[in-house]
Design a protein around this ligand. Structure first.
Ligand code: ATP
Ligand code: MG
Ligand code: MG
Ligand code: MG
Length: 480
């Protein structure tokens, strides 16, 4: 069985042999594009080539890109852990043509790589092609359909709508029709019940999209209109972890060697078992996923904070802490202990992890401790609220106070109340939330502070938390 390192290498080599330059992953954290907070696809770093604002040295490139899909147009956060094939942070393998080859070669090579190099059984692959969108005057992608027809039986080519087969980077930016390759890895028995074609794009955990071939032809402008790009480009993205799942004969990304070392470590540390109880499995997947996202973000210089991109990272980590706290009974910091295993698994290809190891561990540990204190405090407060209550319904404003002033997560409040036979006035809570959106953030709120890392010390130094008043300390982190 091919391990994930070999799988990644083979992809890059395949396109290198076809005159593509192997380029490095861009940072996952984006600092200079107001339309995007985090890299959400391999093409982001090439945006200016597509738009015709810059000319690449080489018209063909290939890479594996660290992506994070937790905000904006591509946001998978709520899915992560619940399903087995969406991650927050994942690697996207890609090949690009900047005004060079187009649909025919992109399709031919994708098929060659999957079926001849990786030797995936042709019969488990399905293709989707853009059906067109009248409202925007976009025609069906007949060219792609015809190229596919030469290599795949038509019964396995499916037309897809704008949502699935017209790829857009964000509300603005390069876009175009796409052809996607989906894989059906169900058991023969399951396959006999429903044809794979019926399950494509239906959120079936074993009929999943693995590769998207985008034919970049348009730019979505700020006013929502489409303009033709000066040239035609190819932009492909294949989910690395999903590819590993297929090639390693697994039913879940989390059963591949990308994740199993971390999962084993979680089992050991938390004294739990993966694969026995769904609730526990979800928690383990959430933690295994989120520790990657947070570690890579920190390695890229994005520390948790109270605003912007840093707040997104803090929320991801807190989601992991909360799942550990609630379902794995982890009342003390433990996620930071997983970083070593993660680094062992990934450092060859992503040396930045190793380089920033200490800061990653320190920051995660401190964030955990701080949030666990919040949780402990909140539990006491919630107990008091419950104790003083007579009608078994907790008002929205009380729950909101816990949430807003003490940072206690509302879903945890709901869970605890439910366990104790109490009800939460969710409507009241939502109303309070709405009201708050219209207010500016209270200046005196007790919150966890932002990070500051000394930049003039040759040894990275951990400064620690400012747990009292909020306001903002600069989060830029630089290591000398
Ligand atoms: P899906 O329909 O499964 O959500 P997508 O159409 O949103 O995927 P694309 O934007 O086409 O995904 O990205 C290219 C490839 O990246 C996908 O074919 C898939 O293999 C992979 N991918 C997308 N989102 C994720 C994710 N959250 N985690 C892991 N891999 C992903
Ligand atoms: Mg998606
Ligand atoms: Mg899709
Ligand atoms: Mg897609």
């Amino acid at each position: 069985m091919m391990n994930s390192r070999e799988i990644r290498k083979q992809f890059l080599k395949f396109f290198e042999d076809k005159s593509h330059e192997i380029v490095s992953s861009a940072p996952m954290v984006i600092k200079d594009d107001p339309t995007l907070m985090f890299t959400n696809a391999g093409m982001n770093q090439f945006k200016e080539y597509f738009l015709g604002n810059k000319v690449p040295k080489n018209q063909r490139a290939t890479d594996t890109q660290k992506c994070l899909r937790v905000s904006g147009k591509h946001n998978d956060l709520e899915e992560v852990g619940k399903d087995t094939y969406h991650h927050t942070m994942f690697e996207m393998l890609g090949n690009w043509s900047f005004g060079d080859y187009f649909k025919k070669d992109a399709i031919k090579w994708a098929w060659e790589l999957l079926t001849e190099v990786y030797k995936i059984d042709k019969d488990i692959l399905y293709i989707t092609v853009f059906e067109g969108a009248d409202a925007e005057g976009l025609p069906m992608d007949q060219d792609a359909y015809d190229f596919w027809k030469e290599i795949v039986p038509e019964s396995r080519i499916i037309l897809g709508n704008k949502k699935d087969n017209f790829w857009e980077m964000g509300d603005q930016g390069p876009c175009g029709p796409s052809s996607e390759i989906h894989v059906d890895i169900r058991s023969a028995e399951e396959k006999a019940k429903i044809p794979g074609a019926d399950l494509v794009n239906q959120d079936h955990p074993q009929v999943v999209e693995i590769w998207n071939l985008v034919f970049m032809e348009f730019n979505r402008k700020a006013d929502g209109s489409l303009e033709k790009l000066p040239a035609q480009h190819v932009d492909t993205g294949m989910g690395f972890e999903r590819l590993c799942m297929v090639l390693q004969g697994k039913k879940s990304n989390y059963d591949t060697d990308v994740f199993t070392p971390i999962i084993r470590e979680i089992e050991t540390i938390t004294n739990s078992k993966y694969g026995v109880k769904e609730e526990i499995d979800i928690a383990i997947r959430v933690i295994a996923d989120h520790v990657r996202a947070v570690s890579f973000a920190i390695a890229d210089g994005q520390l948790p904070s109270n605003t912007g991109a840093g707040y997104v990272i803090r929320r991801i980590l807190r989601r992991a802490i909360r799942y550990g706290f609630t379902f794995l009974d982890q009342k003390e910091a433990f996620i930071y202990k997983l970083v070593d295993t993660l680094i062992k698994q990934m450092h060859e290809f992503f040396p930045e992890l190793k380089k920033e190891k200490n800061i990653i561990i320190n920051v995660i540990r401190e964030e955990e401790n701080s949030f666990l204190r919040t949780l402990a405090q909140g539990l006491v407060l919630l107990d008091n609220i419950i104790g003083a209550n007579t009608d078994k319904v907790i008002s929205g404003s009380k729950a909101f106070e816990l949430y807003d002033t003490y940072g206690f997560p509302i879903d945890l409040t709901a869970l605890i109340l439910d366990e104790k036979g109490f009800q939460l006035d969710e409507k009241g809570f939502q109303e309070e939330l709405e009201k708050q959106k219209n207010r500016s953030r209270a200046a005196t709120k007790i919150e966890t502070g932002d990070w500051e890392v000394l930049i003039d010390d040759p040894i990275e130094e951990f400064v620690g938390y400012d747990t009292l008043e909020t306001q903002v300390r600069i989060t830029r982190y630089r290591k000398v």
